[in-house]
Write a protein that binds this ligand. Structure first.
Ligand code: NAG
Ligand code: NAG
Ligand code: NAG
Ligand code: NAG
Ligand code: NAG
Ligand code: NAG
Ligand code: NAG
Ligand code: NAG
Ligand code: NAG
Length: 474
């Protein structure tokens, strides 16, 4: 009886706080049959809340002051409730004092006064929030990236590429991804070979309509190839299809064989792939070779290419790629770009310079050492190293004009700043002594061009005669 009086006085107090009592009078819900007087009063009280929209938090505070262990639903959103024994300090954003939220996708049950499976809760007039990102605590935790099931059918629904979400009654029950060679299709992870191209970006099953009868390789649309995603090669090694009067038959290659498009059958041995010179089909490559290639597809390690003649990877100098695209730069091999997919700087370790340089030796583009060089051959980087010491000139050599050159043969005007060969412009033709070197060598001017010359052993440059001699006056 004491409690009922307390409730009654609280109700009156609330009337004073809030001028609008309309809602109270309009409530026609019947309290539960078994409820005590106190509970009845509380139920009426909590139903009053929506009418008191101007200051709902004051009402909640008053109720909680009077009933410090009360739990009651939020009348607006079905996943929210108030728990008077729980006090925030400070109140999280998007929440109110004493307000709690069920974890997604649970809802608060008025019957059990706790969070329950959403399928078991009757929300009545309370709004059911179905979208995970609309639960308040999801927003409070930060940016919410969950996909939405609202408006979707029950079951597995594709999101992007091979990822999917699982929906039940417009709730998101989970997310996942199919194996790299499968796509979410018709409610399950399905081999890409069985997913029509027309229905799914990434599906490989074509239509034989308007196609000449014959045998074809499965090839993905250009939109799914070279997408920067390493599984989207688009070419299939372990199956092919036959078109017959517009009907399609899919043939999977038996174990140990791959499709050979030149003869139109599955058979033993490696086969080449159209379009890519470094890729090939290898019947013994297991699934997910190196974690990035579809089954039976393999890539020659750089700088090798696949030879259609020998049916294996060979030095690029030995392979005629024909119309197949030849990757020349190390970092553009597919497996290498896969290794660097999460960042990192392949081009720091593997300079790109040879792509635009002729054959020969050049200053290293990314080394701080002036002695460092790269050697290019057919636009490939074939060697990196340091120029050595020249034992004849007794001088360090540096990359210059396609080879490691000792300093006295490099023009002083050269931008590297290591050259010691004077400029001959404007000088009469003839032989001159180096100012910065003893007379075991000299340089010649020839129509304005300078050349360094070393005197043979035990001879020295003779200024007067302009030649090397054993009894030179230096
Ligand atoms: C009323 O309460 C009694 C005992 O507490 C219980 O056995 C009965 O099932 C309840 N009835 C309803 C309708 O909740
Ligand atoms: C209410 O809050 C108390 C204290 O934080 C907690 O122990 C209790 O589990 C909460 N009840 C519900 C239904 O949230
Ligand atoms: C919720 O109910 C649905 C349907 O009855 C069921 O499939 C699901 O497993 C339940 N979830 C939990 C967490 O019990
Ligand atoms: C192609 O399919 C149609 C309909 O399924 C069938 O009537 C026809 O005989 C098939 N043609 C061939 C060559 O199999
Ligand atoms: C092919 O070989 C793999 C592994 O060697 C085996 O697991 C699979 O069952 C074989 N498939 C067939 C059709 O023989
Ligand atoms: C297939 O290519 C790989 C890599 O070059 C090679 O090791 C293997 O011997 C080749 N297989 C056949 C049957 O030629
Ligand atoms: C490939 O050929 C080039 C040029 O003949 C040679 O310099 C290089 O060493 C060869 N590379 C390999 C891996 O055999
Ligand atoms: C560069 O080297 C070539 C041959 O290696 C030589 O004929 C030419 O004179 C050199 N040029 C200069 C500027 O040294
Ligand atoms: C000197 O250099 C110029 C331009 O580099 C060249 O045209 C000329 O043939 C060279 N003369 C000799 C004698 O090498």
């Amino acid at each position: 009886m004491h409690n009922s009086l307390k409730t009654l006085s609280l109700v009156l107090k609330l009337f004073l706080i809030c001028f609008s009592v309309e809602g109270f009078l309009l409530q026609d819900h019947q309290p539960h049959q078994n409820a005590s007087d106190e509970q009845k009063a509380l139920q009426i009280l909590t139903r009053l809340l929506p009418s008191l929209t101007t200051h709902p938090e004051i009402v909640v505070n008053e109720i909680c002051k009077a009933y410090p262990s009360l739990i009651f639903p939020h009348l607006g959103e079905c996943q929210l409730y108030y728990n008077c024994s729980m006090t925030y300090s400070p109140v999280p954003s998007n929440m109110e004092q004493h307000m709690m939220e069920c974890t997604y996708p649970d809802l608060f049950s008025e019957r059990t006064l706790q969070c329950e499976n959403f399928t078991d809760v009757c929300c009545g007039a309370r709004q059911e929030i179905k979208d995970k990102c609309s639960y308040r605590m999801e927003k409070t935790r930060g940016q919410c990236f969950s996909p939405s099931c609202v408006g979707k059918l029950d079951g597995m629904i594709g999101t992007t590429w091979n990822s999917y979400m699982i929906c039940l009654k417009e709730r998101l029950l989970g997310v996942g991804s199919c194996d790299t060679e499968e796509l979410p299709y018709k409610g399950k992870c399905t081999s890409r070979l069985e997913v029509p191209k027309s229905e799914h970006n990434g599906g490989l099953l074509p239509s034989c309509e308007k196609k000449v009868d014959g045998i074809y390789r499965f090839i993905g649309d250009s939109s799914v190839m070279n997408f920067g995603d390493y599984i989207r090669i688009g070419h299939v090694c372990d199956a092919y299809y036959r078109c017959d009067s517009g009907n399609i038959t899919v043939v999977r290659c038996p174990n140990g064989t791959v499709f050979h498009s030149d003869v139109g059958v599955c058979k033993f041995g490696n086969s080449s792939l159209p379009e890519y010179c470094q890729l090939y089909c290898n019947p013994y490559r297991s699934k997910k070779f190196n974690g990035c290639f579809p089954p039976r597809i393999a890539e020659c390690p750089p700088p090798l290419q696949f030879s259609e003649r020998t049916k294996q990877c060979e030095n690029f100098t030995e392979v005629n790629c024909g119309s197949r695209t030849e990757i020349k730069y190390y970092c553009n091999y597919w497996y290498i770009s896969y290794l660097y997919r999460n960042g990192g700087h392949c081009s720091y370790d593997h300079p790109k310079a040879c792509l635009r340089l002729p054959n020969g030796l050049f200053k290293h583009p990314s080394s701080f050492s002036q002695k460092a060089f790269i050697r290019c051959y057919q636009n490939r980087l074939v060697e990196e190293g340091q120029c050595s010491f020249d034992p004849v000139w007794f001088e360090q050599t540096y990359p210059y004009n396609g080879s490691c050159t000792q300093r006295f043969a490099i023009p002083a005007s050269d931008l590297q700043g290591v050259g010691l060969l004077p400029d001959c412009t404007g000088r009469p033709d003839g032989s001159y002594q180096f100012i910065t070197r003893p007379c075991d060598a000299y340089y010649r001017c020839d129509s304005g061009n300078a050349t360094a010359i070393k005197c043979p052993d035990h001879t020295y440059f003779d200024k007067n005669s302009g030649r090397c001699s054993s009894n030179a006056a230096c």
